[in-house]
Design a protein. Structure first.
Length: 428
């Protein structure tokens, strides 16, 4: 079959930004190798995108920029007002896409970012086969962990539950699910929710990944063998990220003075609470809060560390775990959500998540073992590098999505599953 004319909806799409903007950018690059691709994204991503395209032109990649009017944007600052703004952006994006479809005549539309199952994509209303995802958001924090969150953290979880309930009862969300030829989910928790919404064909595919040049760069990091072992956590300092569990585990591990440190990169509303907790635990002199850092500096800190600690209580597909594995750093995480799928027993240690005390104990045991057994640490690091290359390379994801696109256009999205590498795409 000839190449397709594809419209990708990527509200978040920006090179070098990490997290969801990087997903949108990587998807656009990957699919432009196979098809003529138009990307509908926010206007505030324009400068970064066009600067990158000037350095590396892509003949079959076209960007269309859209934002709400200034009067509708003034109140959106960072995460404040994001949900409402995104919903309204979807409404306006439908009009833009409809006009563009009249000009171009798309063969397929793919909604890529933002990837949450409980917000609609009105592009599904166009008379074109529609792929939705990979999506997340169906993962939930075990109830036993809500009690030791900060008041702000507990409020966030309540509001998140309410938001998901409203989304699941939104007629536009249900219509998006029913009209999707194929819905992709980061985790089985989200897949189950998509099926309940009425999606006909739901399959599991993680959106986390790295381009081959990024994997090659991280693979050049030497495996650490210093006597001082640095544990590292990266992310916004939010209660559900579980960094308070990581700090308590580090204190419980009681590693000899001068042999271990804990670095935390990121900012957020929990920072003061975490700093206070470090002091109360008596580990403040061994914990460094670096705050927000540019991506290049984050990677340098990763190179200087030995182990990634990612004790998130609900995460869909964190890119940081993939980066750590590509760099040859073992990952300590909870056996929940996306990290549970990404991290294997060869590349890290996953703690069951029954209650906080048990998690702290298990995380501390993992820290002690990785700090004291250099061979074990090195073995996991090497396995992580293999895993990142074999499972999370965006070039391979591009081939996979190309096959999916072709099957969707032919009207048989399930047929391509049998050709996929194990663990990449699972049929029901």
């Amino acid at each position: 079959m000839k190449s397709l004319r594809v419209l990708i909806s990527a509200y978040a799409c920006e090179p070098g930004k990490g997290t969801e903007p990087e997903i949108g950018w990587n998807a656009a690059l990957a699919m432009a190798k196979y098809h003529e691709v138009w990307v509908l994204t926010r206007a505030n991503n324009r400068a970064s995108i066009e600067a990158m395209l000037q350095r590396t032109p892509m003949r079959r990649l076209h960007f269309v920029y859209y934002d709400l009017k200034p009067w509708a944007r003034w109140w959106k600052r960072g995460q404040r007002g994001l949900q409402l703004y995104y919903y309204l952006w979807q409404v306006g994006a439908h009009s833009v896409a409809r006009r563009l479809h009249r000009e171009v005549g798309f063969d397929l539309i793919h909604h890529m970012t933002l990837g949450k199952y409980w917000a609609p994509s009105l592009l599904a209303l166009l008379p074109v086969p529609f792929v939705w995802g990979p999506l997340g958001g169906g993962e939930s924090m075990p109830k036993a962990f809500r009690g030791n969150l900060s008041p702000r953290g507990r409020t966030y979880e309540i509001l998140r539950d309410v938001g998901r309930w409203l989304g699941e009862h939104d007629p536009l969300v249900r219509l998006t699910a029913r009209r999707s030829a194929l819905a992709l989910a980061n985790t089985e928790e989200t897949a189950k929710r998509l099926r309940r919404l009425g999606a006909k064909d739901v399959r599991n595919l993680s959106h986390a990944g790295l381009r081959i040049e990024e994997i090659d760069h991280l693979a050049r990091y030497p495996l650490p063998n210093a006597k001082l072992i640095r544990f590292l956590s990266i992310g916004r300092l939010l209660a559900w990220k579980g960094f308070h569990l990581g700090l308590q585990a580090f204190a419980r591990a009681a590693l000899p003075l001068g042999t271990a440190e804990y670095w935390v990169i990121g900012n957020g509303p929990e920072r003061k609470r975490l700093e206070t907790l470090s002091a109360e635990l008596g580990i403040a002199d061994r914990v460094c809060f670096w705050g927000w850092l540019p991506r290049a500096e984050v990677l340098r800190k990763l190179e200087a560390s030995a182990v990634l600690v990612h004790p998130s209580l609900h995460d869909s597909a964190p890119g940081v775990c993939v980066e750590a594995m590509a760099a040859g750093r073992p990952v300590i995480c909870l056996d929940l959500g996306g990290p549970s799928v990404q991290v294997t027993t060869e590349t890290g240690i996953k703690a069951q998540a029954h209650h906080p005390e048990q998690v702290i104990r298990n995380l501390a045991e993992a820290m002690r073992r990785l700090a004291q057994d250099q061979d074990f640490r090195a073995s996991m690091g090497k396995a992580g590098r293999r895993c990142s290359r074999e499972t999370f390379c965006w070039e391979d994801k591009g081939k996979l999505l190309d096959g999916i696109y072709m099957d969707v256009v032919r009207g048989s999205p399930g047929t391509h599953a049998r050709f996929l590498p194990a663990g990449s795409l699972q049929s029901e």
